[in-house]
Design a protein around this ligand. Structure first.
Ligand code: BEZ
Length: 244
């Protein structure tokens, strides 16, 4: 079978970029992004289409976890290239009719952007024409309280996202900021965190000689330390100071 290769150049925001600005109509009224979210973390995510099953399962899951994200000072904003009335009808159907994995009567309280023009989707590289020209892929942008993109994830249409992982990403980003550490593979609060590598030969020697008593070093460049789970949760699950 022949496939068409779309070579259209699309701006893809990158980690460390400022989140592109836009004004949009949503199911919760008009928003100015990201300025309305200053002082909060925000997850901006796209889904391919309203009234589709994978998207429905995702929205129910996200809605069920909204208070958990709110506790981490993280707001949710959805987007698809459908219109406002489709969004409203779909969210009403989800609440009134759909039961999935024990979730029912799920009210989606976070805003869902209408983007028929695809202006926002294109700014965020959510339209990936070799996957679909008329639907957004499953993109997720993690944006910090000063409006900088800190992580991003793209999934294809057929693959529903793991929302526990999205929550883990928020906690890991906040922990890295708060404690100036990095987080290893599959890290969860309570697991050891990674220290920045020794920056001099003397420091490397000190570490290998056990002079930094709180570190556990596999080698001079690979040192971890315990970071108390309660300490992390107390820090990252409170509201960030409003940044000016
Ligand atoms: C879905 O959400 O079920 C879906 C949407 C677009 C393409 C394939 C699946």
């Amino acid at each position: 079978m022949e496939t068409t290769v779309h070579e259209e150049m699309i701006a893809m925001p990158r980690i460390g970029d400022r989140a592109p600005e836009f004004k949009a109509i949503t199911t919760q009224g008009e928003i100015n992004f990201p300025s309305d979210y200053k002082g909060s973390w925000v997850i901006l995510f796209s889904h391919p289409a309203d009234f589709t099953p994978v998207c429905t399962s995702e929205f129910m899951t996200f809605a069920s976890m909204e208070s958990k994200f709110a506790e981490a000072n993280c707001k949710l904003v959805g987007l698809s290239v459908d219109g406002l009335y489709s969004h409203i009808a779909w969210l009403r159907t989800i609440q009134e009719k759909i039961e999935y994995k024990g979730m029912k009567n799920m009210e989606v309280k976070f805003p869902l952007i209408e983007d028929i023009s695809m202006n926002v989707a294109k700014k965020y590289g959510m339209i990936q024409p070799n996957e679909a020209t008329t639907k957004a892929v499953r993109a997720v942008f993690f944006i910090d309280p000063i409006g900088v993109i800190r992580a991003l994830v793209y999934y294809p249409l057929s693959l529903g996202r793991n929302f526990d992982e999205l929550y883990r990403v928020v906690l890991a980003l906040k922990t890295a900021d708060e404690f100036s550490v990095a987080t290893p593979a599959d890290w969860r609060p309570g697991d050891n965190v990674i220290m920045s590598p020794a920056g001099s030969c003397a420091k490397a020697k000190d570490r290998m000689d056990g002079k930094e008593a709180d570190l556990e070093c596999e080698d001079w460049f690979f040192c971890t330390k315990k970071l108390d789970k309660e300490l992390i949760l107390n820090k990252v699950l409170k509201r960030d100071a409003i940044l000016n």
